[in-house]
Design a protein around this ligand. Sequence first.
Ligand code: GAP
Length: 426
Amino acid sequence: MVDLDKIVSLAKRRGFVFPGSEIYGGLAGTWDLGPLGAEMAHNIKELWWNHFVRAHEENYGLASSILMPEKVWEASGHLEGFADPLVECNKCKRRFRADQLEDKEKGKCPECVGVLSEPRQFNLMFKSQDAYLRPEIAQGMFVNFKNILDTMHPELPFGIAQIGRAFRNEIAPRDFLFRVREFDLMEFEYFVREEEWEKNFEKWRGEIWSWIEKVGINKDMVHELEVSKEDRAHYSKRTIDFEFDYPFGKKELYGLAYRGDYDLSAHEKASGADLRFIDQASSDKFIPHVIEPTFGLGRTILAVLLSSYAEDELGGEKRIFLRLKPAIAPVTVAIFPLVKNKPDLVAKAREIYSSLKQCAKSVQFDDNGNIGKRYRRQDEIGTPWCVTVDYQTLEDGTVTIRDRDTGEQIRKDQKELEKYFPERIS
Ligand code: GAP
């Protein structure tokens, strides 16, 4: 298992992730994505959208507001139930999550010699004037349920999906991207007839596993946990957590919950809107039940980095490389002129760079330093292929393609590249 420090350092050094507001000493629980992290996050979101939304004709996309009024959170149960048990030190006044203290620490402050209070519930929502920053994106889908019925006229089962930011006032943000105060969620609510909830729960359970494989998370590091009734969220009738072996322990990566008709019923009661589904054949009206698969983007990035980090020796030299899937790598193909002081080579490499930009996801031009150094730089950020334009290219139009994982090089006609890469990216 790779050290978290190695991942954090690589992420910072190569422009994946920076501490939030770093020049002011940082703000706990915030991280900023650098150029490579932003590119990778974009690719993951696109892959997720294709996998869970576009591939299923019954799933509809949504992008709802971050600010939502108190009434939503009263109805959803978050005002009352979305809280962590906190204890406070009578001396240094620091607060800790009671459920995260080691048994031996109970009662004693882990930071000083003080005594800890009894646990008190501390609500995790951020309030802004009359509204709350949403702590989950799910409520945006429930409050738009009727809009989707009225505009899309779906049959059951159908889903509403979105990707967006959520905010939680975590008292103890920690472990890099694992526990932060603002994060992106990729999630959908899948509406079903009550009697069909188990079948659909199993369907999405299987799809989560195929997503884990597709995005490049090591399946052997993921484990299902059947969450007990006492540990489930207030709305859930069944939850499976997909846990990942992080360097700091086995903890939640994704979740799959059966929310019953909890949310729509609560919103119907609180808003007075009729949120029943009308069955076209029988004219029956009823509140559908909901299956909810949920995916944190930051935890996905962390699990992908941890799964793909590798060190080996190639050509007698030690190297670090990321075995990222081509579909999510921040740079898909890097193009090098063999040397940068030969205008013919540079012009040819630029020409190939421009044409590849139209068909490969993200292409980088690099003429800095010797070829070996350029390979190492690209390996470290997980670029699957490097294309080198050399003197032979000027004679016969062929280039070398070098594979990140094996270091092997093959020669291909430049005309074949526009087909070669797209075929391997998807
Ligand atoms: N709508 C259901 C819901 O929000 P959740 O388990 O509270 O469920 C969903 O959160 C996902 O969000 C988690 O599976 C995890 O991937 C991610 N997540 C939750 N809290 C987080 C935090 N403080 N920092 C980073 N990611 C978090």
